[in-house]
Design a protein around this ligand. Structure first.
Ligand code: NAD
Ligand code: TYD
Length: 353
């Protein structure tokens, strides 16, 4: 594709989506970026505040299950690139209520694929980037090799099963209809604008308000952490140079046990935060009952992305955590309003009842 692009970014008001939109608008100011987001509890228009009013940026509040809206947006904006982030994304919520995950992640992705297929058939140019997760591959034992693009799917939570379902649909649209799709499967992200239900922001915020730090089970589960800016640069490379119909794994080469990660966050907070309610904040660590079906270990092998497209992560976990802690320290006005009644009710359901 030559010239400037016209992107539809679904879920662009969420954590990774909004980081991606900021990244893209800065890197490619001539491109048009249209964000479609339903503004669920996880979507936050403030994440995009600095872009509001800019000529090449538009925000549309709407649902990816709304076919008429999708048809009109794709046509009216003459979209050539879909970056599909919109999803229900939290495992614990999928355990409490899987219905929304099936609706958005599977039905929503299907609806978007159908709309894009029709749109693409008339223009024969474009790309549909489907942003997915390493959780579709299931759980690894300590000595297992990291997930590659050919690891069989074995999702264990309603969240990962719904993402796996959406991945299969995307794959089928490429093989059956020739729709130009690419799938990326990424490891755990962290960084600015992440909703406080996820491990890292939850721990940062609990430290700042002096609340206990709930570590599930024995705290020995392992995740492969990727700084969100590195995820965005990987998606940039995939959109510009990825091969249609392919899947690319994106990982941070940063496998860390949960308890070690929480200890690292405590150390950083002790060093960086003035007047903590509890010092040292390690005193706040509390082991709580394990998540049902809790995957033991994720690890991503992103050799394909490195060798074929030349991408590697640039931020170490030490540096990324420091940046993230500093961000939550200086953005109390962003996260305080998120600790709403709805959030407290959710918190109670997961951690107390
Ligand atoms: P998030 O929960 O922070 O944001 C999701 C966004 O999607 C929100 O803005 C929400 O309002 C929007 N949304 C939800 N349902 C919608 C619907 N029906 N129509 C339109 N918009 C809707 O999620 P995230 O962490 O930014 O994840 C983004 C994508 O990346 C997801 O597809 C997720 O599966 C994938 N992913 C996330 C991680 C991670 O560590 N967070 C890792 C790998 C892959
Ligand atoms: P999370 O951020 O929910 O991501 P995912 O489940 O998609 O990997 O959790 C990361 C890890 O941290 C996971 O092993 C579960 C664990 N965890 C806790 O121990 N305590 C918590 O309060 C949360 C939210 C997660």
């Amino acid at each position: 594709m030559r010239g400037s692009r016209r992107l539809l970014v679904t879920g662009g008001a969420g954590f990774i989506g909004s980081n991606f939109v900021h990244y893209w608008c800065e890197a490619y100011p001539d491109d048009r970026v249209v964000v479609l987001d339903a503004l669920t509890y996880a979507g936050n228009r403030h994440n995009l505040a600095s872009l509001e009013g800019q000529e090449n940026f538009r925000f549309v509040k709407g649902d990816i299950c709304d076919r008429a809206l999708l048809d009109s947006l794709l046509q009216e904006e003459n979209i050539d690139t879909v970056a599909h982030f919109a999803a229900e994304s939290h495992v614990d919520r999928s355990i409490l209520g899987p219905g929304a995950f099936i609706q958005t992640n599977i039905v929503g992705t299907f609806t978007l694929l159908e709309a894009f297929r029709k749109h693409w058939e008339t223009r024969q140019e474009g790309i549909f980037l489907h942003v997915s997760t390493d959780e579709v591959y299931g759980s690894l034992n300590p000595s297992d090799r990291a997930f590659t693009e050919t690891t069989p799917y074995a999702p264990n939570s309603p969240y990962s099963a719904s993402k796996a379902g959406s991945d299969h649909l995307v794959r089928a649209y490429y093989h059956t209809y020739g729709v130009p799709t690419i799938i990326t499967n990424c490891s755990n992200n962290y960084g600015p604008y992440q909703f406080p239900e996820k491990l890292i922001p939850l721990m940062c915020i609990n430290i700042l308000i002096g609340k206990s730090l709930p570590v599930y089970g024995d705290g020995q589960n392992i995740r492969d952490w990727l700084y969100v800016g590195d995820h965005c640069s990987a998606l940039d490379v995939v959109i510009h140079h990825g091969k249609l119909g392919e899947t690319y794994n994106i990982g941070g080469n940063n496998e860390v046990k949960n308890l070690d990660l929480v200890n690292m966050l405590c150390q950083l907070m002790d060093e960086l935060a003035p007047n903590l309610p509890v010092h040292s904040c390690k005193k706040l660590i509390a082991f709580v009952k394990d998540r049902p079906g809790h995957d033991r270990r994720y690890a991503i092998d992103s050799t394909k992305l490195k060798t074929e497209l030349g991408w590697t992560p640039s931020v170490t976990v030490e540096e990324g955590l420091r940046r993230t802690v500093e961000w939550y320290l200086t953005h109390r006005d962003w996260w305080e309003p998120l600790l709403s009644e709805e959030y407290q009710a959710y918190y109670h359901q997961v951690y107390v009842s």
